[in-house]
Each structure stands twice: as structure tokens, then as C-alpha cells.
Design a binder for this molecule. Structure first.
Ligand code: UDP
Ligand code: MN
Length: 241
């Protein structure tokens, strides 16, 4: 069998949650040897997510990791950080080979990216579409290696990339026992990738045909103002709740 893929998905309760997880779950169902770590930013697992995971039937582990209280009141929150760190902890405890990828519940994924990232030896990267005013975030490739990054917001980062634009080998993660994601809005990717050091830019494996293709999009659902009609606990067209 091919090396296993561990997909870490943070999720939280809001009107769009069921739709987002449904789309992502049925995308992942096409991929072989995949394990889906769905981690709720909640006190305890919700019935909605529990039932959906049973229904979709992709191999999964359902975990919770609530955002620490002190960040919840902030205007700019470290979204999905507690969840992703819980996923990393699970991988350290349960996995021994393969590759991990942070797949937010609201993005859009071409199936090809999963079979490319699967063979990552240390860290791999590729472009992400529909992000910032530049429309794309990508490594800049010269002579087969990274010479810089194209991103609408560099922000003094060593790795100005989006969460959806890289994957990490599980054994490489395990070889970096202190690697984790910081509670630092805007710097989550950079902080996590720096925590994997030493990691030279020349070692980063380039996917999506040397970063010439867009296989992942940073899509975001528009909030529907009719919140009442979207209250999943009262109105849903399934028997999930
Ligand atoms: N998320 C979370 N708790 C929150 C906000 C977001 O667990 O309070 C999750 C969300 O479901 C998504 C990821 O964290 O998988 C990133 O959040 P979002 O998509 O809102 O961030 P953006 O794409 O706007 O940076
Ligand atoms: Mn998002």
C-alpha cells in the first residue's frame, strides 16, 4: 500500500459547518490509505460531527481541543491552532510513517494533491489559489528550488505560506519533538515550519508540477445573514442532530 496520509482538520460549530465537512469528507473518500483527524474546537464531541463521520465512513479519529479561554475574547483569534496541535499530538502517539497535512474544513482540494503529497520525505510545498489580493500564494521556483515566496502578505515571515500549501513527513515530525504551532495569528504556518528546523529551503520538495499548478483553493463561505434559518440545531435537511 502507499504511505498513509494523516489529514488534520480543525472544525467548529457555525451554520456552514455541516456543509463544509460534507464537501471535504466526500472529497477525502476518494483517497486510499487516508486517516482523517477531525478535531473540534469544542468542550466535547458534538452529535452533528459524530453522526456525519459515521455516515461518510472515511477512516477517522474524532477529537476535541478547545481554543484556550484567554484567546476567545480576542478580535483576531488563533483559529484552529489548539485543534492542529492536538492532531500533532495524536500523530506522535499513534503514527509511525506517512505524511501529515492540515486541511481546513472550508478549503477546496483537487484529488491529485493528495497522491503527490503522500511521498513527501521532509516538507513539501505547492501553490494555494484564491488567497489575498494577489489571488495566489506560492513558492517562487528557480532552477528547481525555492528562491522566494509570492504572497500578498509577507509580514517578516521566513515561510510566507498558507496552511493548505504544505505537507510534512510523519517521521520528520517525530524527529523534531518540540515542533508545534504557535498561538500567533498570521504566524501559525511560519512558526510551525520554523519549529521543524533545521529545514533548509533547498530541502523543500516542490509539488504540483514544480508549483505551476493550483490544486488547492483557500475558499471561504459567505456568511448567510438569515442566521435563524441556518441554525443547524433547529433546521437541517438530515437526521444528523
Ligand atoms: N476554526 C476553529 N475555531 C474557530 C475558528 C476556526 O476550529 O474559532 C477552524 C475552522 O473550522 C478551519 C480553521 O480553523 O478549519 C481555520 O479557520 P477559518 O477557515 O475561519 O480561517 P481562515 O481561512 O479565514 O484563515
Ligand atoms: Mn478558511
Amino acid at each position: 500500500p502507499p504511505p498513509p496520509l494523516y489529514i488534520i482538520t480543525p472544525t467548529y460549530r457555525r451554520p456552514e459547518q455541516l456543509a463544509e465537512l460534507t464537501r471535504l469528507g466526500y472529497t477525502l473518500k476518494h483517497i486510499s490509505n487516508l486517516f482523517w483527524l477531525v478535531i473540534e474546537d469544542a468542550e466535547k464531541p458534538t452529535t452533528l460531527v459524530t453522526k456525519l463521520l459515521q455516515k461518510i465512513n472515511v477512516p477517522f479519529s474524532h477529537l476535541v481541543a478547545q481554543m484556550p479561554e484567554k484567546f476567545r475574547k480576542n478580535k483576531v483569534k488563533p483559529r484552529g491552532v489548539s485543534n492542529r496541535n492536538r492532531g500533532l499530538e495524536w500523530i506522535r502517539a499513534n503514527a509511525s510513517d506517512g505524511v501529515l497535512y492540515f486541511a481546513d474544513d472550508d478549503n477546496t482540494y483537487d484529488l491529485d494533491i493528495f497522491d503527490e503529497m503522500r511521498y513527501t520525505k521532509k516538507v513539501s510545498m505547492w501553490p494555494v489559489g484564491l488567497i489575498t489580493k494577489y489571488g495566489v500564494s506560492s513558492p517562487i521556483v528557480r532552477n528547481g528550488t525555492i528562491s522566494g515566496f509570492y504572497d500578498g502578505w509577507i509580514g517578516g515571515r521566513k515561510f510566507p505560506v498558507d496552511m493548505a500549501g504544505f505537507a510534512v513527513n510523519v517521521n520528520f515530525l517525530i524527529s523534531r519533538p518540540n515542533a508545534s504551532m504557535p498561538y500567533k495569528p498570521g504566524y501559525e504556518e511560519d512558526g510551525f515550519l520554523k519549529s521543524l528546523s533545521p529545514l533548509n529551503l533547498t530541502e523543500i520538495e516542490l509539488m504540483a508540477s514544480n508549483c505551476t499548478q493550483i490544486l488547492v483553493w483557500h475558499t471561504q463561505s459567505k456568511k448567510n445573514p438569515n442566521a435563524m434559518a441556518l441554525d443547524m440545531t433547529k433546521y437541517n435537511n438530515t437526521n444528523l442532530v
